[in-house]
Design a protein around this ligand. Structure first.
Ligand code: ATP
Length: 398
């Protein structure tokens, strides 16, 4: 197995890091690439405006997920150790964990330049190959090779690979931190990382989360999601807008509710329950052990508390999983958009989509019936609110 190790401060992770990671996976044919944020970087001091360790780790995770590559993993190995995060210690640990693996240490120009001043450089060269790449057009393979020769002089059997990144993004985290404070630099970040920064007010960004424009809210919504869920949420937004226009709900409210409807979906049961305690959310018997049901309530609480969403938006999020009797048009729109957005694929989805085009209540009833049927198949209880919703719709027709 060939493992790449890409360490850094990642304060924050930017498109330059991600482009380099993508190229190196391909060029070195890596089976795995570990992104390792340093707890206490020994090679450069953390800046005054640095993000806290847990934020750097969370942003690195979001950046890594955005690559959608199975090889990429984020490791908190250095964050679990105390003291400065020496690369040699990390490599020793990894060598123990993967004794048969071929390790490759990835680094940009600034790192290979300072390499001989690191702790135990010769030992590092024995433990891992060095894959170095330029960070700007001026860093040629020739100039990097000069540094490579010095490493060879230290350990003649050192493995060296010098690459030119075809997709080089000339940016540094320093540029990003400074740009963000001035309201720039978004272009160097993947949306989820940008959203995360704004959500937590990192690097002196002071966005008013209760007055966000739609584009910014979209980035922030992405920062809550696993990357693979992003297409679903954007699809829900698209379908919600279409249904809102068709059936006379407010377009802005439809977008807001769609974007935030799954904002707590990635949280663990423990984290969900912590939010429930925080917001005084009461749970019924079914919700106590059904993560899927809980996220609607916690998501609604976040939408109200953190983003100051209107009551109609909060309520649409609140009822998007179970539905309820006598729903508003927006509640129906979000329920059905979540159910039928273009990425959904299950038996009957086309029928349901057609029903959405004919009549909102007909589609809603069909949706509830499908849910009841599915729960029966799996042997799961159906939430009473769904049964009430169904009974209400049937009663309405009589
Ligand atoms: P800062 O500006 O805070 O010093 P940075 O942008 O150099 O941060 P680090 O997290 O310190 O980012 O870098 C981690 C690794 O990524 C280093 O090996 C660095 O050389 C490399 N690297 C950083 N930016 C780029 C880039 N734009 N292209 C290629 N490699 C990069």
């Amino acid at each position: 197995m060939r493992i790449g190790i890409y360490g850094g401060t990642f304060d924050p992770i930017h498109k330059g890091h991600l482009a380099a990671a993508k190229t190196v996976i391909e060029m070195l044919a890596l089976d795995r690439l570990l992104l390792i944020p340093a707890a206490i970087p020994p090679h450069k001091a953390l800046q005054e405006k640095s993000a806290a360790t847990e934020h750097r780790l969370a942003m690195t995770r979001l950046g890594a997920e955005s690559m959608m590559k199975k090889e990429v993993e984020v490791s908190d190995i250095e964050m679990r150790r105390s003291g400065p995060s020496y690369t040699v210690d990390t490599l020793r640990e990894l060598k123990e964990e993967y004794p048969d693996a071929e390790l490759w240490l990835l680094m940009g120009t600034d790192m290979i330049e300072s390499f001989l001043r690191w702790r135990e450089p010769a030992e590092i060269l024995r433990l891992a190959g060095i894959c170095a790449f330029g960070r700007s057009a001026e860093d040629t393979e020739k100039s990097l090779a000069l540094h490579g020769e010095k490493l060879k002089a230290l350990v003649p059997e050192a493995r060296l690979k010098i690459l030119t990144l075809p997709n080089l993004v000339e940016v540094s985290s320093t540029m990003v931190r400074e740009g963000l404070a001035a309201g720039e630099a978004e272009e160097y970040l993947v949306p989820a990382v940008y959203g995360y920064i704004l959500r937590h007010g990192l690097y002196d960004t002071a966005a008013d989360l209760k007055k966000l424009d739609m584009e910014t809210l979209r980035c922030i919504a992405m920062s809550y999601l696993k990357a693979r869920r992003i297409p679903h949420v954007l699809g829900t937004e698209e379908t919600a807008v279409h249904l809102a226009e068709k059936y006379g709900a407010d377009e802005t409210a439809a977008r807001q509710a769609a974007l935030l409807h799954d904002c707590t979906k990635r949280l663990s049961m423990e984290e969900q329950l912590e939010l429930c305690r925080h917001y005084g959310i009461e749970l019924d018997e079914l919700e106590k052990d059904a993560l899927k049901l809980l996220h609607a309530k916690t998501g609604a609480a976040i939408a109200a508390d953190v983003f100051g969403m209107s009551e109609e938006v909060v309520s649409a999020i609140r009822w998007h999983t179970t539905g309820k009797a006598d729903m508003t048009v927006l509640e129906k729109v979000i329920y059905l958009a979540d159910f039928t957005e273009p990425n959904r694929d299950f038996p009957g989805v086309e029928e349901l989509r057609k029903a959405c085009e004919r009549d909102l209540d007909e589609a809603l009833q069909m949706g509830f019936e499908m849910t009841v049927e599915e729960m029966k198949e799996w042997g799961n209880p159906v939430h009473e609110k769904t049964l009430e919703a169904l009974a209400y719709l049937k009663g309405q027709k009589i």
